[in-house]
Every structure is written in structure tokens, then in C-alpha cells.
Write a protein that binds this ligand. Structure first.
Ligand code: PEP
Ligand code: MG
Length: 584
């Protein structure tokens, strides 16, 4: 049998090898049919009964997860329970049964389809997520209507890698780590709830594989590489042995790295580097410290706006940020103001459709136009700054006017709080993301206006090389070591040092051990990354001398192409630090 390789989206790191379990979560096949007028009342009763059973099941689930890790994610179950009480789904179905004399299954299917069409028309990503919730709840009711038992992950007896079209967050909550080795899904993105939960539960996962459920049967041997977002079905012997080795190596390094947790991120010649975590959820803050990080270099606040129909209040902002700041104390928490638009999530209220959303009304541009959204967030951050070591980070700054305007609004919010007698840190530091080439080019001017820079290479590379970071056809051009990117980084570093402000990086580049060495040599003092990368980068930092890193950065800067830069860097590491090669 020929092995098949599928590439998806990295959701949660780790390598697992095992038997597949194809979770039958997709469609229950039901037939819509007409019913006699006399049967309408019975049919409505049957439907309401299935809704009732669904509510009981969800409440039962909720009860099971009111303790432990699942607790903070209970709102997902609550959303589903609310949908069962929602007119949109239940009343419309009842109306269809009555008006069209359809059986309950047919009426429910039609209702879900009609709701789906409406959502598709709006084309708002936030609402698309809601559509997903409606479908999942609808599927549950359907299963209860046809008496088709809801397959539960809690019932799985043998170790398995779960293959599913999509998993509801409630599925993920039920995953027992001793049975569920990992999971792979057709649908999903890195920021879908399921992916985020997988990371916080430490379950390796790859999502967005598009058609993995068609390629796998229960019992097939599967390799799931959550580090690279790859799934290999029916691996041949060579691949299998290769991955066994990779898996062992990964586990070994994980154990070795665990020992570094409490040790400082300090080079052999005594230079301290701040290794920090990027987080999206307040509850991720503990795992930064668990992985040996010192503080949060990027708190993406978009999550606060997701999965809801109303905007978060100032109080919600305040509570979330205060919680993170207190947990991270005495370390710093860099809170990035809302970065929506482009490839990012939508928010309640929606977005107008744009032809080029990545070049459109996103991040700070959006916030400066929507002060009713921006102001409560700023007030929340400022108030939370009284309870910890908080800094404010502004995304997507492209020039000075935007920065002046933003700083003015922050000053206005401070004045408001002062007059209301509310406490905040008067000296709260403000920094900007450097993620647009224009910002990098005028970094000398920006550096005079802020306390720190945080370079966002995910976007900076996209805009510098004109490659859509979402487009798989040009992904091969996405090159952190491209000379154009390196020259911008150097320029930003020079500007930061000239003005004596802190230089940080929070783009994915910072979490790659090879790049991290170069970045050290370029003068980056803070590297913020996904928590799983912290131990690896710490190992590298503790193994090199700053003078070597500086030399390496100089050599890499001289290379005319990314390929040569990479070759140079790899050769250098191999020669000076052969023990690190395996890590890279
Ligand atoms: C970046 O652009 O590098 C970054 C850290 O921000 P995001 O990935 O959220 O755009
Ligand atoms: Mg960005």
C-alpha cells in the first residue's frame, strides 16, 4: 500500500503514531418527507423532545466539566445550550413542520441550511463561526431524532488518533490524554477553538486537512506530525522508522528541556535574553511559566471578541487583563490592542467586504475609526495596569500620524480615568508592532515616540515580499532570511539601540532556534513565541556566546539570497556548536 501524505495547518505540536479512529461526526443521513396534517402535532412533539434530550445531554456535559481545565471553556457548551433555546433554530423548525407539513428531520435540515445561507451571504468570519455552532447543535438534535447515539470521545477504549471532519470544542474537552493520542481534522484553523484547546491540553493536532476523513479508515496506521502539520496514512517502513526516531528524539528533547525550565536564558558569556510567551487566552498564562518563559511578550486580545453577539465591555477587558497581569507578576504582560480585519477574525457588528482585506481596514486603522470599540479596551488595559506589569502594544502602525492619534486617545482615556478617580499606572509603556515595511523604514522616527518595538515578522515578511501569508501557492517564498527582510530587521535594531528603547520580536521567527541565534546577534533582547518553542530556544541561548551570535548575524547579513544565508547559518552552527545541530 502506498503511503499518503497530507499537509494541513499546525494546531498543536508533538508527534504521535497509532491507529486511526474515524469519528462519525459528520452527517446523519436523514430523509425529509411530507407528513399528514393530522401528524403535525405529534411531529412537533417529537422534535421538541429531541431538543429536550439534547439540552439534557449538553447540561450533563457541562456538569462534567465544571472542574479542572475544561472549566474555562464552558462558555462553548453554554453557547450550544443557548442555541437550543434560540428562536432562530427551534421556532423556525417548528414553523416549518407546521407550515410545510414536513417531518422533523427534514424541517430541521432545511432550517439549518437556510441559516447557513444567511450566514454565507453576510461573509463575516465571526458569524461563520456561529454557523458552525448552529450546525453542531443541529446535528445533535438530528441524532437524537433518529435515535442515532452520539458517538462520544469519552467512550473510546483503545489508544487512537482521532480523524474527524471537524470536532466540536465539547469533543476536545472530553479527550482523555491517555486514550487520545492526537487528532486530525478536515476543517479548522490555528485559531479555531478546537486548535486552541488542543494546545492548552497538550494534545498534538493538525487541522485544516480538507479531505483526511476520505483518506482514512478506522484501524489504519497513521503518523500525526503536529510540529509541521502533516499526517501520513499507511506509512511505508522507511517513513515509519524515520518517524519513530523523530518521535523518540522529540520526547527526549522535551525531557531534557524540562530540566532547563528554571534556569535563566543566558548566553555562555552572560548576556540575558528575555524569552516570553505569546498567548491568546487568559488561561494560557500559566503554561508560559511552565515552559520556562518570563512574561507575556504578546497577548493577542482578539479572542475576547470572538464567539459572541455583543462587544466586550470595559469591565470584561479589565478583568481579563488584570487576571493575566496578576498571574504573570512580576513579569511583564504586553497587551496588544485589537488586531482584527485581514485574515483575522471578524467581530460582532461585522466588517464590510473588502477586495484586499490584508491591505484594508484592519488593526489600528480599524480601531481609530471605531472608537466605541477602542476606548473601552484602552480603559480596561489602563485600569488593569494598576495591578501588574502591563505594557500597551499597538499593531499595524504604518506611520507617525497614526501613532500620534493613538497616543492622543490613550492620553484622553487617562484623563477620563483620572477625573473619575480610577487608578492606573501613569507611566504605562507604549510600544508599536513593526510589521509594515514603512514602519521599519521610519523606525528611527518611531523610536523617539515609544518605549519599545515588537517586530511582527509574520506580517512584515508578508508585506515586504508581497506574499499573502494565507496563500499556499506562494508559501515557498515566505523567507525570514531573505536579504530584504534581514536589512529591515537590522535597520529596526539600529534605530531601537540608537534611541535606547527595548527591541523585541513576537513573530513566529523568534521561536525558531536557528533564527533566534541570528536575532540575538542582531541585538534583539526579548523574543516572544508560542510556549512550546520556549525550551528549545532557551537551550540554544544557553549554548552560545553572544560574540558568536554577533558574528553569525554579520555573516548572514552579507548573503545575497535566503538560501545562501541559511546555508551560512547552518554551517556556522555545525562548526561552532555541533551539539545544537540536532535541535534545529
Ligand atoms: C506578526 O504579524 O508577526 C504577529 C506577531 O502578529 P499576528 O501573527 O497576530 O499578525
Ligand atoms: Mg501581525
Amino acid at each position: 500500500m502506498q503511503e499518503k501524505i497530507y499537509k494541513g495547518i499546525v494546531a498543536s505540536p508533538g508527534i504521535v503514531i497509532g491507529r486511526a479512529y474515524l469519528l462519525d461526526r459528520r452527517k446523519v443521513v436523514v430523509a425529509g418527507r411530507r407528513i399528514e396534517a393530522v401528524s403535525v402535532d405529534d411531529e412537533v412533539k417529537r422534535f421538541k423532545n429531541a431538543v429536550e434530550i439534547s439540552a439534557v445531554q449538553l447540561k450533563e456535559l457541562k456538569k462534567r466539566f465544571t472542574k479542572g481545565l475544561g472549566k474555562s471553556h464552558l462558555y462553548i457548551l453554554e453557547t450550544h445550550i443557548m442555541l437550543l433555546e434560540d428562536k432562530m433554530l427551534v421556532d423556525s423548525t417548528v414553523k416549518r413542520i407546521k407550515d410545510s407539513h414536513l417531518n422533523a428531520e427534514g424541517a430541521l435540515k432545511d432550517t439549518i441550511n437556510a441559516i447557513g445561507v444567511k450566514f454565507d451571504l453576510i461573509e463575516d468570519e465571526y458569524l461563520r463561526e456561529r454557523k458552525h455552532d448552529v450546525e453542531q447543535v443541529g446535528e445533535r438534535i438530528l441524532r437524537n431524532l433518529v435515535g442515532h447515539k452520539q458517538e462520544s470521545l469519552a467512550d473510546i477504549k483503545d489508544e487512537a488518533i482521532i480523524i474527524a471532519h471537524d470536532l466540536a470544542p465539547s469533543d476536545t474537552l472530553m479527550m482523555r490524554k491517555d486514550k487520545i493520542l492526537g487528532f486530525a481534522t478536515d476543517a479548522g484553523s490555528r485559531t479555531s477553538h478546537t486548535a486552541i484547546l488542543a494546545r492548552s491540553l497538550g494534545i498534538p493536532a493538525t487541522v485544516g486537512l480538507e479531505n483526511i476523513t476520505e483518506a482514512v479508515k478506522t484501524g489504519d496506521v497513521v503518523i500525526l506530525d503536529g510540529i509541521h502539520g502533516v499526517v501520513i496514512v499507511d506509512p511505508d517502513e522507511e517513513t515509519f522508522l524515520d518517524y519513530l526516531k523523530k518521535q523518540r528524539k522529540y520526547k527526549y528533547f522535551e525531557q531534557e528541556l524540562e530540566k532547563l525550565r528554571m534556569l535563566p536564558a543566558e548566553t555562555l558569556d552572560g548576556h540575558v535574553v528575555h524569552l516570553q510567551g505569546n498567548i491568546e487566552l487568559p488561561e494560557e498564562v500559566a503554561s508560559v511559566a511552565d515552559h520556562g518563559g518570563t512574561g507575556i511578550g504578546l497577548y493577542r486580545t482578539e479572542f475576547l471578541f470572538m464567539n459572541r453577539q455583543t462587544l466586550p465591555t470595559e469591565e470584561e477587558h479589565y478583568n481579563a487583563y488584570r487576571h493575566v497581569a496578576e498571574k504573570a507578576w512580576p513579569h511583564e504582560v504586553v497587551i496588544r490592542t485589537l488586531d482584527v480585519g485581514g485574515d483575522k477574525i471578524g467581530i460582532p457588528g461585522g466588517f464590510e467586504k473588502e477586495a484586499n482585506p490584508t491591505l484594508g481596514l484592519r488593526a489600528i486603522r480599524f480601531c481609530l475609526q471605531k472608537l466605541d470599540i477602542f476606548r473601552p479596551q484602552l480603559r480596561g488595559i489602563l485600569r488593569a495596569s494598576a495591578h501588574g506589569n502591563i505594557k500597551i502594544l499597538i499593531p499595524m502602525i504604518s506611520g507617525l500620524p497614526e501613532l500620534y492619534e493613538t497616543k492622543k486617545i490613550i492620553e484622553d482615556m487617562k484623563a477620563e480615568l483620572r477625573s473619575e478617580g480610577k487608578v492606573f499606572n501613569e507611566g504605562v509603556e507604549i510600544g508599536v508592532m513593526i510589521e509594515i515595511p514603512s514602519a521599519a523604514l521610519i523606525s528611527d522616527l518611531l523610536a523617539r515616540e515609544v518605549s519599545f518595538f515588537s517586530v511582527g515578522t509574520n506580517d512584515l515578511i508578508q508585506y515586504t515580499l508581497a506574499i499573502d501569508r494565507q496563500n499556499e501557492h506562494v508559501a515557498y517564498m515566505y523567507e525570514p532570511l531573505d536579504p530584504a527582510v534581514l536589512r529591515l530587521l537590522r535597520r529596526v535594531s539600529d534605530a531601537a539601540h540608537q534611541e535606547n528603547i527595548t527591541l523585541a520580536m513576537c513573530g513566529e521567527m523568534a521561536g525558531d532556534p536557528l533564527y533566534a541565534t541570528i536575532l540575538l546577534g542582531m541585538g534583539f533582547q526579548h523574543l516572544s513565541m508560542n510556549v512550546a518553542s520556549i525550551p528549545w530556544v532557551k537551550k540554544v541561548v544557553r549554548s552560545v556566546r553572544m560574540q558568536d551570535a554577533v558574528e553569525l548575524a554579520g555573516l548572514v547579513m552579507q548573503q545575497p539570497t535566503a538560501a545562501l544565508a541559511r546555508k551560512t547559518a547552518e554551517g556556522f552552527i555545525e562548526e561552532r556548536f555541533p551539539e545544537l545541530v540536532a535541535e534545529m
